[in-house]
Write a protein that binds this ligand. Structure first.
Ligand code: PMP
Ligand code: GLU
Length: 398
């Protein structure tokens, strides 16, 4: 079969592929510990789900405007302002509601980049960024900062890969897959770099509220507006409200940009699912209650971060880790074990899945084949068991 040039180089999402395989093996009766899926293991808080149920019962089941329910756009704008550390004012026209943060990223990239453009992707990257950039016809180029600094970018690393065709930069802090978090100053340096070159800064802040040393990670709206050039902030309900299946994301930018993203969306998905929008509106309408739900979840993630970092240090000390400050991933260096048939992260993950039942995602999917990614968004018991299994086979116990 011949497919169009649009998707010639497209590869399916590795994160989704591994978690689908893990689910299949589990359904076949295999004893699998799935540490691949990047989603909170908590259910959506009941009061948020109830908002959607009430909406459905009340007949709110039709289309909404393409950029989202006016009340929800307003609520997102107020939430962005509330969490801005630099007094940004955000209007509802600056907000589009999308089917997950993924669609916000897709809409933004598709509207801003195209053939002939280059887009810098901070590496290690979330697996979908280069694919989304590729779908627009633009070329992803990769930049990584020093490993000791969690690969965070500074202007030196950015200068090394940029040039006249550089149109955009995609940054993710807290990072999926490393858990590294940019300080306000580090973020400001990157923002100024982009502003000075008139480069679009796409700031993926979906994990902004999942951090362990403070209330939230620095975001673009914590910076002096003068430090920020053309920008799109991407956020959403999936992670902080444990709402991955509801598919609600948002993009925030100048109204002129949002109108373009909305025109694009009006020809693709029309609008994010209406009951899901009502659930997100419920969450954002009660900020104190929402903050409390997030605090409880973050406490559990912090405890699990401490647990996995400690257990890896004790049981598998030859595996180097990027110690995470946010999100819920551990990026583990495993290339010291490559040899024989196991020559890359894909083969390493397949072998471990086969012999220990622990499902991890190969680092190659995030642009670094020396590593694998573990999601610790699961119970303490399963995390303990997973480290035991990985350690046991290395001691020759199985
Ligand atoms: N950005 C990052 C960094 C992510 O890890 C994810 C994971 N799903 C997304 C965006 C997409 O989020 P959503 O599920 O809301 O589409
Ligand atoms: N973002 C999550 C992950 O990295 C969910 C899967 C996906 O959307 O890629 O695993």
């Amino acid at each position: 079969m011949v497919f169009s040039s649009n998707i010639q180089t497209l590869r399916p999402s590795a994160t989704i592929a591994v978690s689908t395989l893990a689910k299949k093996l589990k359904a076949e009766g295999r004893d699998i510990i799935d540490l691949s899926a990047g989603e909170p293991d908590f259910p959506t808080p009941d009061w948020i789900s109830q908002g959607a149920i009430d909406g459905i019962r009340g007949g709110r089941t039709g289309y909404t405007p393409a950029p989202g329910l006016p009340d929800l756009r307003e609520a997102v704008a107020r939430d962005m302002e509330r969490r801005s550390g630099a007094g940004w004012s955000v209007s509802s026209e600056s907000v589009i509601v999308t089917s997950g943060a993924k669609q916000a990223l897709f809409n933004a990239c598709f509207a801003l980049f195209g053939p002939g453009d280059e887009v810098v992707v901070a590496t290690p990257y979330w697996t979908s960024y280069p694919e989304i950039v590729g779908l627009t016809g633009a070329k992803p180029v990769f930049a990584a900062g020093p490993r000791e600094e969690g690969f965070k970018l500074g202007s030196e690393a950015l200068d090394a890969v940029s040039g006249p065709s550089t149109k955009g930069l995609i940054l993710c802090s807290p990072s999926n897959p490393t858990g590294a978090v940019y300080t306000r100053d580090e973020l400001e340096a990157v923002a100024r770099w982009a502003r000075d070159r008139d480069v679009w800064l796409v700031s993926d802040e979906i994990y902004r509220r999942i951090v362990f040393e403070e209330d939230q990670a620095a975001g673009l709206m914590d910076l002096d507006p003068d430090a920020v050039g053309p920008y799109v902030v991407v956020d959403g309900a999936s992670k902080c409200f444990a709402m991955t299946g509801w598919r609600i994301g948002y993009a925030v930018s100048q109204p002129e940009v949002i109108r373009k993203l909305s025109a694009l969306q009006s020809h693709t998905t029309s609008n994010a699912a209406t009951p899901s929008q009502i659930a997100a509106l419920t969450a954002l309408s009660e900020p104190e209650r929402a903050d409390e739900s997030i605090r409880e979840m973050v406490m559990a993630f912090r405890r699990r971060r401490d647990l996995v970092v400690r257990r890896f240090g004790e049981a598998l000390p030859h595996m180097e880790l990027v110690e995470p400050q946010g999100a819920f991933y551990l990026f583990i260096r495993v290339d010291s074990e490559y040899g024989g048939e196991v020559t890359d992260s894909q083969a390493w993950c397949s072998r471990e899945l086969e012999r220990t039942g622990v499902a991890l995602v190969p680092g190659v999917a995030f642009g670094d084949d020396r590593y694998v990614r573990l999601s610790y968004a699961t119970s303490d018991e399963l995390l303990d068991d997973a480290v035991d299994r990985l350690a046991r086979v290395r001691k020759g116990g199985e």
